[in-house]
Design a protein around this ligand. Sequence first.
Ligand SMILES: [Zn+2]
Length: 499
Amino acid sequence: MSALRSIFLLLSLALTGAVADAKPISEAELRKHVEILASDAYEGRGPGTEGERKTLAYLESEWAKAGLQPGAADGSWYQPVELIKRGPGQTNVQFYAKGEKLRVVSKDIVLVGRERQFAASRLPTVFVGHGVNGQGKVVADVKNKLAFMLADEADFVPTDMKQARSRRMALIDAGATAVVSISGEQFDFPVYRRALLSRPINWAVSDKRAEIEGVISPQYMVALVTAAGGDWDKLRAAARSADYAGQTLGISVDLDVQSEVERISSHNIIGKFPGRKAGSGAVVFMGHWDHFGICRPEGAEDRICNGAVDNASGMAVLTEVARRLGRLRLDRDIYFVGTTAEEYGLIGARAFAADPPVPLDRITVVLNIDTVAIAPKGAKVAIIGRGRTGLDADVEAVAGKLKRKIETSTDSNAFLQRQDGWALTEKDVPALMVGGSFADLPKLEAFLNSDYHGPDDEVTDTLQLGGAAEDADLHVALGRYFADTRKYKPKKAEKGTGE
Ligand SMILES: [Zn+2]
């Protein structure tokens, strides 16, 4: 075959898009990215760390090679996301009743301040039960007080206030100086303490806190109330009522709390393939690049949470999908978004949704990719967000052309709020997570109950990328479909049909 003839053949193939179809994305291609992003050199990709710098440099380089252009609103690759990291430091706590110091032997108390230093003397305390009553109203006067709140949910609390966080926010709005949660059955003390010691990260934009927040164990609470001459069982029983009105405890407290408070400048990385038809909308591929960084104390055998499955695998898929789509020129703009701080509450995705480079109502679909190295080849395709966007039939048709079988249950919607797409769903943007990882929930649960969010989520010989490779091909096909104005026309009427 002559060189000329082969060039002609290549050209004609490219014109029909056959080149993109010809070569499926391989496990080896994905593995290469996962091995780099989940290597110890990347330190577990903690926001604001050297690991972030390396991760973003790698992605920028790979995405630029794929043909992506900088896609952030300011014309760069990066959308700044300001974060605040807090953890407990030295704390002195002394409770008093009737002017006498109370002796509490338990050490089960962890307090974290909004600022680095906090001191107060003889701060009054109040036991607020679950915090709010059956009407969702704060149960007692908490202004300039320390409120002890039961963390566990109560049946009588309105649905939107059930979470401990919502009830805590209500107490903060009501002027509480300190909100101390009493751990319980849903969140026991060791879990709570570990969470605070891990120095969690918040989005600076929504950093609403009491001066002091923290947790004590029920044992501590019993000891405290008993030392003050009270009866904890009675207090606890009274709080089960929907019209509980709180109780001052006759206890005050001296606090001297030092905390670690660190401001972090992190980033979403955003790349773009400009479409052929300006103003025809945009397809957004999303995945979080971050993980928990150096997550174990000094001296631990393995200190790095590498996040190979969660979510180096997703970034690998995103990158290979970009390489394939970069060879085409499609109608709609296509964005690739690597979000930061997903692990701390979808923060990067929320920042994207709050200040997107393309107006939200111009987004045709968001396809989020997270934790994809779970299923083997041949897995069914599940849709997180099924029944909520009007796009299920489109996704199924595209998957069907690739001979993928469909999981038709909505069981995987249990994960709806645990993935970045939720930040867009909340703003009525059609967002889906499509793939095999969520089709076999027992397999996924096995991962969630073992290596997930620990140092063992790292690259091994048994890392399962078979399903991820098939899902990558599926996302190339979904990108081609949703970015094609003739194949896919937005069905406004079906948007937000809910469940
Ligand atoms: Zn995670």
